[in-house]
Design a protein around this ligand. Structure first.
Ligand code: NI
Length: 209
């Protein structure tokens, strides 16, 4: 590749990383969760902000789903987008690792990946993407309004970012893994630095108190 293109790509990459870091920081500040960010089962608010609630979305097979489809299950929920360079793939790999570590105990847990980029993440795109991570991972998309409603309920920060150097927009977004209990209440909130092993251990404790 020529030097100009190389410089432009490097600049784009640097901007992406800065944008993602800023997004994560802003999301973090918005939620203002403390270290480890683990709340007690049944506690639905963090610093006064209710987290969770109803949603109506479309899964990777084009089927309409709501929170009622997963009412009997624990849920591991992550918001992101399929063209995310590193943050989302890392989080989804972690979720896959947690599911594998749980083995049979994981049968009671539904991992959900909800897109913040419904314009590009159609059910077909989501299907191809989630399959790369775990066979049980469900990808959810919807209309812009449906996605915004879900983001609002889960206090997700997500914002399109585009500079003249970029051929395609990227997205700034907060990056948390939510553990919701079968009642739909927030049980724990995991950050980038929480390991799959630690998350799996805590889920085991929650499943068999
Ligand atoms: Ni991402």
């Amino acid at each position: 590749m020529n030097q100009t293109l190389k410089t432009r790509l490097t600049r784009t990459l640097v901007l992406c990383v800065i944008a993602l870091a800023a997004g994560a920081l802003i999301g973090w500040l918005q939620i203002q969760a403390g270290p480890a960010a683990v709340v007690k089962p049944g506690q639905t608010t963090i610093t006064g902000a209710a987290i969770g609630g109803p949603f109506s979305l479309t899964d990777q097979d084009g089927k309409t789903v709501t929170e009622k489809n997963y009412a009997e299950q624990w849920k591991l929920i992550y918001f992101g987008f399929t063209s995310c360079p590193t943050i989302c793939p890392t989080a989804l790999q972690k979720i896959a690792k947690v599911m594998n570590a749980l083995g049979d105990a994981g049968a009671d847990i539904q991992p959900l990946f909800i897109t913040t980029d419904p314009a590009r993440d159609t059910p077909a795109v989501m299907k191809q993407y989630v399959e790369q991570f775990h066979p049980r991972l469900v990808g959810l998309t919807g209309t812009q309004e449906q996605i915004e409603a879900a983001e609002k309920n889960y206090r997700v920060y997500a914002q399109k970012v585009q500079t003249p150097e970029m051929a395609e927009y990227t997205m700034d977004h907060s990056s948390f893994i939510y553990l919701m209990n079968p009642q739909g209440e927030l049980t724990a909130l995991y950050r980038t630095e929480d390991t799959a092993e630690a998350i799996a251990a805590e889920i085991r404790n929650n499943l068999s108190p």
